[in-house]
Ligand binder design. Sequence first.
Ligand SMILES: *Cc1c(COP(=O)(O)O)cnc(C)c1O
Length: 375
Amino acid sequence: MLLFTPGPTPVPEFARVEMACETLHHRTAEFEAIFADTRELLFKLLSTDEVIILASTGTGAMEAAVTNLCHDTLLSVNSGKFGERFGKIALACGLKNVEIKNEWDTPVSVEAVVKAVKNNPNIDAVAVQISESAGGLRHPVEEIAKAVKEINPEIMIIADGITAVGVERIDIENIDCLIAGSQKALMLPPGLSILGLSNTAISKIGKGKGYYLNLAYEIKKQSQNTTAYTATTTLIIGLRSVLQKIEANGGIGKLYCDTARRAKATRFALEAIGLHSYPITPARSMTTIDDENASEIRNLLKIDFSVNVAGGQDHLKGKIFRINQMGFIEPYEMVWVVNAVELALAKLGRREFDGTASRVFNEEYFKSILKKEEK
Ligand SMILES: *Cc1c(COP(=O)(O)O)cnc(C)c1O
C-alpha cells in the first residue's frame, strides 16, 4: 500500500534502520554529540536564532508558543481545523482570543489581519498556519508578518509550519516562532515537535510560562545540548538521519524544487481529467480535490489500486480528498497515484480512461528534459 496521507507520511527505510539502534541514555556525551549535530542541522533548516526540540506532537509546540509568547490576546486565523486549534489553546490557557474565520478553501487576507490588530491594542501575538492542512491551503504568512511588524514590532508572529518546514523556503525575517513537527514533512514517526525562535521572541519569553512547556528552561538546557526532561532519543536519531539525507540528496533547495514541481504536476494532471483543486491558494504540501464522489474515489484508490489518501474532516468529510506531497517522493510513485485516480473515475463511469493524468503529470514534471530533447 502506498501511504499518501499528508501526515503521517512514510518513514524512509534508512531512518527506520537508524532508529533500530540500541537505546542510548540521554545524559551521556554520546547522545549530547548527536543532539548537537541535530541542532546544527535544524539551525540550517529553520534559519532562526534559536531552535528547541520538544517531546510532543505538533500541538504541544503550538501550545508552548501560545503560552510563552502571548500574555494577553491572541489573534488567530481559522481557515481550518488547525487554525481553529490556536484559538482553543488560547482560551484553554486563560488568554483572550480574537479569531478571523473563513471557509476552509479561503486564505486570510493581510488587510483582515491588519484591521483586527489595529482594532484591538491588546493583541500581543498573531498565530497562523503557513500551510493549513485541513483544506490544503497556503496563507500569506510572510506578508502578514511584515504588515503586523510595521504596526507594532512587539507583536509576536507565531507561524505553524508543520506542513511547510521542509516543503518550501519560508522567509523568517518577521516571524518570531516557526513550528515544525516530526510526522509530516520531516518523514518521522509522530512524537517530536520543533520551535524556531527569534531573539525578540526569546526576550518576550523571559522566565517562560508553565512547567513542561516552559521554553525558557528548554532554551537554557538545549543550548547546552541537553533537554530539560528525557529527550526523545530515538526520534532525534531519526531526525538527524533525515536531515543528513536531505543534505546528501542535493540539499534542501533540491527537495523544495522537487516538491514544487511534483505538487504542480499532480494538480495539473488531476485538473486535466476534470477534477477541481479545492483551495484558492494551494499549499505545496498536499494536493486537495473537492468532489461529490470523494469518498468513493478514496475507497477505490485504497481497495483497487493500493493507494491510501486522506479524506476531509468535519463539514468536509466525504467532500474532499488530500494527496500528500511532503518528503522524499519518487515521481514514479506519484504517476501511479494520478493514474489510479483516473482509473477510479473510469470505474465510477465518470470518464473513459485514456491515460491523460499520467501523460500530463510526466509532461509537466519532466518539462525541462522534454524541452531539451526538442532542440
Ligand atoms: C498535523 C498538524 C498539526 C499538529 O497536529 P498533531 O496531531 O498534534 O501533530 C498542527 N498544524 C498543522 C498545520 C498540521 O498539519
